[in-house]
Design a protein around this ligand. Structure first.
Ligand SMILES: NC(=O)c1ccc[n+]([C@@H]2O[C@H](COP(=O)([O-])OP(=O)(O)OC[C@H]3O[C@@H](n4cnc5c(N)ncnc54)[C@H](O)[C@@H]3O)[C@@H](O)[C@H]2O)c1
Length: 326
């Protein structure tokens, strides 16, 4: 069975491509390499194209006989989305609408979407269940929210079957050391600490020490990227076997503060992390944790790699290996 992985040359898309191939799926990676990297291609076929252009999606879907689509390709920087909302609304909405439109024309009905915890906005409770009200407060989160609305309507009107996976903080790297996180600019906590330790960043900043948490720093739910990738394979299998659309959180129920992550990283790397303190960033909430019960129940999902030591160790192995070529 042939699957199109839009954004398969990116961080999460490449790890998912690897898992799909392991499970016997034929994969076509569709990517424009705007943030993706050739080094992150792990097999399958490559179709170089841009989701902003419907014609190239058409070519890929028709010529390759695609039966399901996984959609990772979006702009992902929350801060940038505040500063330049037009860029985010235009890109993230048009690419998704184009992709869905061509899918419907081609009769491709199965869709797995990379959504985000950002759809919830300020949590009223933690861990957050999928039934929590949706109130995204940054343009990035709004784009995920809108695409979720679109796919619900497309299900009702055109029979699209989807699973929208709301990721919390993706982290870590392929345990076999072939893939890892290479965003530019990097905005995520763990790679930023590691880049600083490797001398690739001149300073490492933490944002806010006055949150109402046990040590004053923000608490997040870190999920290993390989566990995330496996959830996509399970979602696809679920859609193919008993097509029912779902919104599902991917997280661990558990959180670590920024200072706890720093301490763990110091233990694992044996290096001291010297940081500077900056004020909170707009929209940063104190605590964000996922309820993972639905993923376990509906997908039969299990966490294999998401303890914090494995997350940091695999990321450290990858970053050390890549540091020379960065
Ligand atoms: N990284 C996280 O912690 C996190 C958390 C929540 C949700 N997500 C979502 O997961 C998805 C993947 O995130 P990531 O960290 O792997 O990002 P990434 O930037 O590493 O990957 C995105 C990929 O999409 C490709 N792409 C972007 N625009 C494209 C276009 N117009 N046409 C074709 N290809 C295009 C890029 O080249 C890249 O390969 C995103 O949708 C993101 O919003 C990520």
């Amino acid at each position: 069975m042939k699957i199109l992985v839009a954004g398969g040359a990116g961080y999460i898309g490449s790890h998912t491509t690897k898992e799909l191939i392991k499970e016997g799926f034929e994969v076509v990676v569709f990517d424009n390499f705007s943030t993706g990297k050739k080094e992150l291609l792990v097999g399958g076929e490559l179709f170089e194209g841009d989701l902003m252009h419907k014609e190239s999606i058409k070519k890929a879907l028709w010529s390759k006989n695609i039966e399901a689509v996984l959609h990772f390709a979006s702009l992902i920087q929350v801060g940038e989305s505040y500063a330049d909302p037009r860029k985010y609304y235009t890109h993230n909405l048009i690419t998704s609408l184009n992709l869905l439109d061509v899918m419907l024309e081609a009769g491709v009905k199965y869709f797995v979407f990379s959504s985000s915890a950002a759809v919830y906005g300020e949590p009223l409770q933690n861990p957050i269940p999928e039934s929590h009200p949706l109130n995204p407060f940054n343009p990035y989160g709004q784009t995920k929210f809108f695409v979720e609305k679109v796919i619900q309507d497309y299900e009702r009107a055109y029979g699209l079957k989807f699973i929208s996976l709301r990721y919390f903080n993706a982290a870590g790297a392929d345990p076999e050391g072939h893939l890892g996180e290479l965003h530019d600019p990097e905005t995520h906590l763990i790679p930023n600490i590691l880049l600083f330790l490797l001398g690739k960043k001149r300073k490492f900043e933490i944002f806010g020490k006055d949150f109402p948490t046990k040590d004053g720093t923000a608490v997040r739910d870190y999920i290993h990227v390989t566990d995330l990738a496996k959830a996509h394979v399970l979602s696809l299998k679920k859609l193919l076997k008993s097509p029912q659309s779902e919104f599902i959180n991917l997280g661990t129920n558990k959180g670590y503060s920024v200072l706890e992550i720093i301490n763990k990283t110091e233990e694992i790397t044996g290096e001291k992390v010297l940081y500077t303190e900056s004020p909170r960033r707009e929209g940063d909430v104190p605590v964000l944790l996922a309820s993972k019960e639905k993923a376990e129940k509906i997908l039969g999902w299990k966490l294999y790699h998401s303890n914090i030591e494995t997350i940091i160790e695999t990321a450290w192995n990858w970053h050390r290996k890549c540091a020379k070529s960065m």
